[in-house]
Design a protein around this ligand. Structure first.
Ligand code: ADP
Length: 463
């Protein structure tokens, strides 16, 4: 139990560590790809701007410049004429609004860049953002209209210090700063681009790593489950073996101690004169020796099966006759306190079987029906033929078998949980034997049972 828990805990811990390491690596790769993506488009857009400047002699804001020049002369005059601070504020807002609208609506840079990206074989669809840093209206003096936080905190970017993007611009790619100015205004802003399917592109690029790490996690989990299951199976087998040794010792000791006591009895002088008592004791010794012999043979035979294949000595026999023989001798032997109902009709079918093994098979089923009973045993033997198969059903009114045990009762050494407390003696080999014998004849055995109600074992043999 302790070992099982340690294995479970250490297995789960290593899987968690593995998953965390993989997540860490993937996050690193993701960030790296993210940066590479930004860098790629940053370089590309700089090249695009360069191309515009060199070839077309424009920065994409020519229309903007024209509109602003026309507007700002008049606006400047109006602003300078105002005295009331509220009016000044309202005018400033109006100017800022105009500048913002114009720079957003009338710029050609986005179209230029989009075409340039497409020509270079890259994604052409992007959104742009213009972040205004500084807007001043200049007459004889300068009236600041707007200054962004970044601009105020860090000074003018074009003096050398480049302001980092504000929070909402963090994931966007900075293309460039633009400083538009003439006699009546100075307008400084940054132009950013942003790709909506950036995540998709990065996901595609990292999918190989992602796939590989998911695969490695799955492989490790599968290996762990298999190892754990094997360990559990080993544990189950070792428990079965321990139980078997205990049961075997108990099973062998019972007839042996009876024989020892009987031997001692025969030594007593008062017994030696009593012929009837001597005969009875001798019979007891004989019976127990036979039982002991059977037990030893059973154990030996099973260990032989492990090494060699089943050797059947098959003969074509009337199934009805052999079932009759086994039932008759069972009635006169151990099963004489049971009520046995024979309801079989094999229509004279003859089957190729090994009579000795078949007898053992049926005997085991019958003696279990008596053994695992808590009341007067009633055994019903049914039999019929169907589709070239012989069906033999042994039904009892015994203690029954629960669903979990039903799955294992044909396993070697397996005894249902009530079995090991020695209320019902046994080695857990009887049904294993039955299954092996049925299978060696090309047939099978199944069980149908309800605890407290009884069990039905059905043997099928082909003919
Ligand atoms: P054993 O009888 O030596 O324990 P078996 O292989 O014959 O071994 O049976 C395996 C287990 O199946 C038994 O321990 C018992 O719990 C259960 N079993 C077998 N036959 C019956 C039956 N007719 N009714 C109830 N339980 C049975």
């Amino acid at each position: 139990m302790k070992k099982r828990n340690t294995v479970l805990v250490s297995g789960i811990a290593s899987i968690i560590i593995l998953v965390s390491v993989q997540l860490f690596i993937i996050k690193g790769i993701w960030n790296q790809r993210n940066e590479m993506f930004a860098l790629r488009y940053s370089v590309l857009s700089k090249e695009g701007l360069d191309f515009l400047n060199r070839r077309m002699r424009t920065d994409g804001f020519d229309t903007v410049r024209l509109l602003l020049r026309n507007y700002s002369e008049q606006a400047n005059k109006e602003l300078h004429a105002l005295k009331d601070p509220r009016d000044i504020d309202a005018k400033k807002k109006e100017i800022l609004n105009y500048f913002t609208t114009v720079v957003y609506k009338e710029q050609d840079l986005s179209d230029f860049l989009s075409k340039y990206f497409e020509r270079r074989g890259f994604e052409k669809k992007f959104k742009f953002t213009i972040s205004i840093m500084d807007l001043d209206m200049i007459n004889d003096d300068t009236i600041p209209v707007y200054q962004s936080e970044g601009f105020l905190n860090r000074g003018r970017p074009n003096t050398g210090v480049r302001s980092g993007p504000a929070d909402n611009l963090k994931d966007k790619i900075l293309v460039n700063w633009f400083n538009l100015e003439d006699n009546s205004y100075r307008f400084l802003f940054a132009y950013y681009i942003d790709f909506s399917d950036k995540q998709k592109v990065i996901l595609k690029e990292t999918s190989v790593f992602l796939g590989m790490s998911i695969l490695s996690i799955i492989v490790v989990v599968i290996i762990f489950i298999i190892t754990y299951k094997n360990l559990m199976e080993e544990k189950r087998l070792s428990n079965l073996k321990t139980d078997f040794i205990n049961n075997m010792t108990h099973e062998l000791k019972t007839p042996l101690s009876t024989i020892t006591v009987a031997g001692k009895t025969l030594e007593m002088p008062q017994i030696r004169n009593d012929d009837a008592k001597i005969l009875e004791t001798a019979k007891l010794i004989g019976k127990q020796s036979v039982h002991l012999n059977q037990l030893i043979n059973m154990i030996l035979e099973i260990s032989m099966w492990e090494r060699t294949q089943f050797q059947l000595d098959k003969k074509t026999i009337s199934i009805e006759e052999i079932v009759n023989d086994v039932v008759d001798s069972f009635k006169s032997g151990g099963g004489n306190n049971a009520t046995i109902i024979q309801k079989y009709n094999f229509s004279g079918a003859k089957v190729d079987i090994d009579a000795v093994y078949f007898t053992t098979l049926l005997n085991n089923l019958l003696s279990n029906a008596v053994k695992y009973s808590d009341k007067q045993p009633v055994i019903e033997i049914e039999g019929f033929t169907q589709d070239n198969n012989v069906f033999i059903k042994v039904a009892d009114n015994g203690i029954g078998i629960n669903k979990i045990d039903q799955k294992h009762i044909f396993d070697k050494f397996y005894r249902a949980s009530t079995g090991n407390i020695h209320k019902f003696k046994g080695l857990g080999l009887g049904l294993y034997y039955v299954k092996k014998i049925a299978e060696a004849h090309g047939g099978d055995v199944t069980v149908h049972s309800k605890p407290g109600k009884g069990s039905i074992f059905t043997v099928t043999l082909p003919f």
